[in-house]
Ligand binder design. Structure first.
Ligand SMILES: Cc1cc2nc3c(=O)[nH]c(=O)nc-3n(C[C@H](O)[C@H](O)[C@H](O)COP(=O)(O)OP(=O)(O)OC[C@H]3O[C@@H](n4cnc5c(N)ncnc54)[C@H](O)[C@@H]3O)c2cc1C
Length: 385
């Protein structure tokens, strides 16, 4: 496999990095401190075609042959500057668009894809509930079918993009007794009566990326909101996670890269005992390990993106990439903080922020334990592709 990316992909990668430096970086530190989200950045990213990789032209997309690779590279580059602003790739594209394209009616696609692609309507996917995390099928939110639609009741929590979402994929039980076979997926306009969004303001990191709760109180949605068939929600959710995990892994790789860049720069500048700290073998050991972990995680990531563009079913390889990229980002961030000494503990330097933001990658889209479980199930022969 040739790991050289095409000129087109390289120009998209570069465009995304330059965009983030020019548009996001100038206000980033201030916004992080104030926990400020700027919807206008979402629109600007949409204008650049950043959320257009997968969908066909008739909906405003570009439907690139190497769409998953393009999305991966761009998410990586934006997260390299701002992990908070790397997140919308998942919320506008990898999550909602994949389910709409695979399971949505033409009507749903026409209604929601253009806004998601343009960044004028914030997207999300809502699985997690206060008492249902890794055990997705234990969710309590219900959708009861009535003559002219469904009535939703329940609470979703830790949903990225909330409270600024215009729409999103919501998973709910339509037949509780059937457990995971009784889950269904809906694409919902969040302006529907009975849908209330509320911000979570107690986060460790990702301060410019909103996260919140969604309350469904007798929320009435049309029958046409159903994705796929009744009872297909669990399968749709697993398919979706297989794409959102790729994006999470991409962002983790971007963070690791920045941590290495920052650590090398600092190691060449900071002097102790009469020489740059980069001259010390123990610092070199740290940077050497960080570099290899990062390179290995990047290769796992790019392989998974490439496989998706070939139309391959790559649950195992995506979980491997998601797990290893998350762990390696945390390793690189932790080592970078150590290399910076007390300045690594200071919010004056970016590695402190990367250290906090990187934790999210071990939790979202299935924790590191969940990824290891999937990987081991394949290794043990309990699960096949
Ligand atoms: C910043 C952020 C953004 C998020 N965005 C979204 C979003 O957009 N949409 C959404 O639906 N959710 C989102 N989440 C929620 C996230 O997906 C869940 O937090 C995650 O799936 C874990 O669920 P939990 O927190 O309930 O942990 P739990 O499932 O309660 O797990 C607690 C601990 O037990 C471990 N554990 C659980 N089961 C097993 C097992 N079988 N074997 C071994 N260990 C196990 C876990 O690894 C973890 O360490 C987000 C979370 C964060 C922090």
């Amino acid at each position: 496999m040739d790991f050289k990316i095409s000129d087109e992909l390289e120009s998209m990668r570069k465009m995304a990095y330059d965009f983030a430096v020019k548009n996001i970086k100038p206000t980033m530190e201030e916004d992080e401190k104030e926990h400020k989200y700027r919807p206008e950045y979402l629109k600007k990213m949409g204008d650049q075609g950043m959320f257009a990789c997968l969908a066909p032209e008739k909906f405003g997309g570009l439907e690139l042959e190497e769409g998953n690779m393009a999305a991966t590279l761009m998410a990586m580059e934006v997260a390299r500057v701002s992990p908070s602003w790397g997140l919308p790739f998942n919320l506008q594209m990898n999550g909602p668009q994949n389910v709409l394209l695979k399971y949505g009616s033409e009507e749903l696609k026409e209604q929601f894809l253009p806004g998601l692609i343009a960044g004028t309507s914030g997207g999300c996917f809502a699985i997690t509930e206060p008492n249902s995390g890794s055990d997705v099928a234990s969710m309590k939110t219900t959708a009861v079918e009535v003559d002219d639609g469904f009535i939703l009741n329940g609470t979703k929590t830790w949903i990225s993009g909330v409270p600024y979402c215009g729409c999103g994929v919501v998973y709910a039980m339509t037949d509780k007794a059937a457990k995971h076979k009784g889950m269904s997926a809906f694409f919902i306009d969040f302006n529907a009566p009975g849908v209330v969004q509320r911000a979570i303001t107690t986060k460790l990191g990702l301060h410019c990326a909103p996260t919140g709760e969604i309350f469904f109180e007798e929320a009435k949605i049309p029958k046409t909101a159903l994705l796929g068939k009744l009872g297909q929600g669990f399968a749709i959710c697993m398919t979706m996670l297989n794409f959102t995990r790729l994006s999470s892994a991409a962002r983790a790789v971007g963070v690791a890269q920045s941590c290495i860049e920052e650590a090398c720069k600092y190691s060449n500048e900071r002097e102790q005992f009469g020489q740059a700290i980069g001259q010390f073998q123990m610092i070199q050991e740290q940077i050497g390990r960080m570099s290899v972990e990062h390179e290995a995680s990047k290769l796992l990531l790019l392989r998974a993106a490439w496989q998706k563009d070939q139309g391959m079913n790559n649950t195992l390889e995506t979980s491997m990439a998601k797990y290893f990229c998350a762990e390696s980002a945390n390793f690189c961030a932790s080592e970078a903080v150590k290399i910076f000494g007390s300045y690594g503990f200071s919010s004056e330097y970016p590695v402190e922020r990367f250290y906090r933001d990187a934790k999210s990658y071990q939790i979202v889209e299935g924790t590191s334990n969940v990824q290891k479980m999937i990987i081991a199930q394949f290794a043990l022969g309990y699960r096949k592709a």
